[in-house]
Ligand binder design. Structure first.
Ligand SMILES: [Zn+2]
Length: 311
């Protein structure tokens, strides 16, 4: 269960998708990958100077696109510039001459083709990616009494906005993410909602809810730095007691409605480390953990991060 907390301060404008230029005009420096191939590798005309591999091979809305970019060693001084849908996404070095970029997808976007443009060392690749449609279920939520009237404070919105904007060059996590609570999953990622009969068109459930006993442990799903500890007493009226973890490379986790918090800002936590206890603080109708996983500012489906690991 989770209330309007997820509707706050989010807009998504990634609704338009430019067709790749090379559909109409192919230059020597562009390469159109087949949308039917499972792994997209762009090979330049000039001896593999710039290679790009995109995973997963068949993404669906909510998935995190991961682009691994290999640059020619002679041009390794230039960090790749990666754009999609008018936005630029940060590239982080993960190995010599190798960079990685994450591009989030969400239920508010359209499925279909989109072009990822990669520029490095004076070369450019346009990669056409087919993002599959996915059905997201719908819930009808009735908010009564003062829960319906809860409004977030400027302070909590600011702190959460700052968390989601982080693009830290240090990578803390390694491998698959852990389940942060042993409670059963009560609401999956991406569910769309009606509130008191009205469809919330900018809403989707920006995380996973675990229904669990009040006070039961919450662990860090992956290593990170504690960058946010927000308390009801400080103005976290809607989010409730909150912990924000920075995993690095534009990936952050947020944990809402906690009863108790076991970490402080600045702590480095390991995967599996206790960070707090499940509660029902803020805009919540019963004890549960809301775990949101954000990539470059957008809430993505944590499930692939849990089970497949995002490399
Ligand atoms: Zn939730």
């Amino acid at each position: 269960m989770n209330t309007q907390v997820d509707t706050i301060n989010f807009t998504n404008k990634s609704h338009s998708f430019a067709l790749p230029e090379c559909i109409v005009k192919c230059s020597a420096t562009t390469f159109l990958t087949s949308i039917f191939t499972t792994t997209l590798i762009a090979l330049g005309a000039s001896a593999n100077a710039l290679q790009v591999q995109i995973n997963p091979p068949n993404p669906k809305l909510g998935d995190t696109l991961s682009a691994i970019i290999n640059v020619d060693s002679s041009s390794s001084s230039s960090v790749p510039r990666v754009t999609q849908g008018g936005k630029t996404y940060p590239a982080f070095k993960i190995a010599p001459n190798t960079y990685r970029v994450f591009i989030p997808t969400t239920p508010l976007q359209r499925s279909g083709k989109r072009t990822i443009r990669v520029m490095a060392g004076g070369e450019q690749r346009n990669l056409l990616v087919q993002v599959g449609w996915r059905r997201f279920s719908v819930q009808r939520i009735t908010l009564r009494g003062n829960k319906a009237g809860l409004r977030a404070t400027a302070y909590e919105l600011k702190r959460v906005r700052e968390l989601k904007a982080l693009k830290t060059p240090q990578k803390f996590w390694n491998g698959s993410f852990l389940r942060p609570s042993r409670g059963r999953v009560s609401t999956i990622y991406g569910v769309r909602r009606y509130y008191n009969g009205k469809f919330a068109k900018n809403y989707y459930h920006r995380g996973v809810d675990y229904a669990a006993r009040s006070g039961s442990p919450i662990i860090a799903p992956a290593a990170g730095r504690v960058v946010l500890v927000g308390k009801v007493s400080q103005g976290f009226r809607v989010h409730g007691n909150t912990v924000g973890l920075d995993h690095g490379h534009g990936v952050v986790s947020i944990f809402l409605h906690l009863k108790r918090i076991n970490v402080k800002e600045g702590d480095i936590v390991k995967a599996g480390q206790l960070i707090g206890g499940v509660g029902s603080t803020g805009a919540s109708t019963g004890p549960h953990l809301h775990w949101g996983l954000y990539v470059n500012g957008q809430a993505v489906d944590p499930v692939p991060w849990r089970f497949d690991g995002v490399k």
